[in-house]
Design a protein around this ligand. Structure first.
Ligand code: TYD
Length: 203
């Protein structure tokens, strides 16, 4: 059995991250591992400030958002039941979003290099073993968001998602991290098989 893994799901809004995260956790458990699902923004005080900003009720600048997401991420690493302690306790930590979202979203709205350094050079923000990017066209992603019937957030527009998807690709080319870009169109089971192929190589 390999050491505990830290895996991150990324993708534009509506790309199916939460479904795939759940399916991966089930597969890891079926293989005798202990998955620990988690997500950003967290439910910390900073996470709550981020939720208010994302809903549009408490608007913030892009730099404020970048700083708040970074603070929330440090807390996510260090808190009780957080990333570090869960890995130490033998859990595979699977996070819905991580610093790649900050680089893609806030990085395209404010100074990219500042956002990258604040995250990637931070001694209290751990590098994942694998980032899985669920790749989907913004049109297909928005159709999924629409069919959920939930309130939409400030970033959920085709033009914005197109910009973010392109930025995600630039981010991945600029980093040395282990990144798997996976076609997220198809049935949940088909996509889950593709995700598992990428994860299996680490077990
Ligand atoms: P959430 O409702 O969790 O959306 P999703 O289910 O698509 O992940 O909201 C997270 C939103 O926050 C999403 O629009 C992406 C954005 N975000 C950033 O802009 N920067 C970040 O660093 C993170 C973690 C999220």
């Amino acid at each position: 059995m390999s050491r505990p893994l830290f895996i991150v799901f990324e993708g534009i809004d509506g790309s199916g991250k939460s479904t795939q995260l759940k399916l991966l956790c089930e597969r890891l458990a079926a293989n005798g591992r202990k998955p620990h699902p988690t997500a950003e923004p967290t439910d910390s005080t900073t996470g709550k400030m981020l939720r208010a900003a994302l809903s549009g009720s408490d608007p913030r600048t892009a730099a404020e958002m970048a700083a708040l997401f970074t603070l929330d991420r440090i807390h996510h690493n260090k808190c009780e039941n957080g990333i570090e302690k869960s890995l130490d306790a033998g859990f595979d930590v699977i996070s819905d979003r991580y610093y790649y979202s900050s680089l893609a979203y806030q990085g395209s709205l404010t100074d990219y290099e500042w956002v990258r350094r604040m995250n990637c050079d931070c001694p209290e923000i751990k590098r994942p073993d694998l980032c899985i990017f669920l790749d989907m066209s913004p049109k297909a992603a928005l159709a999924r968001i629409g069919s959920r019937g939930e309130a939409t957030e400030i970033y959920e527009e085709e033009e914005t998602l197109t910009l973010f998807r392109a930025t995600f690709m630039r981010v991945f080319h600029s980093l040395t991290d282990n990144i798997a870009i996976i076609d997220a169109e198809g049935t949940p089971e088909e996509v889950s098989d593709r995700v598992w192929d990428a994860v299996k190589t680490l077990l």
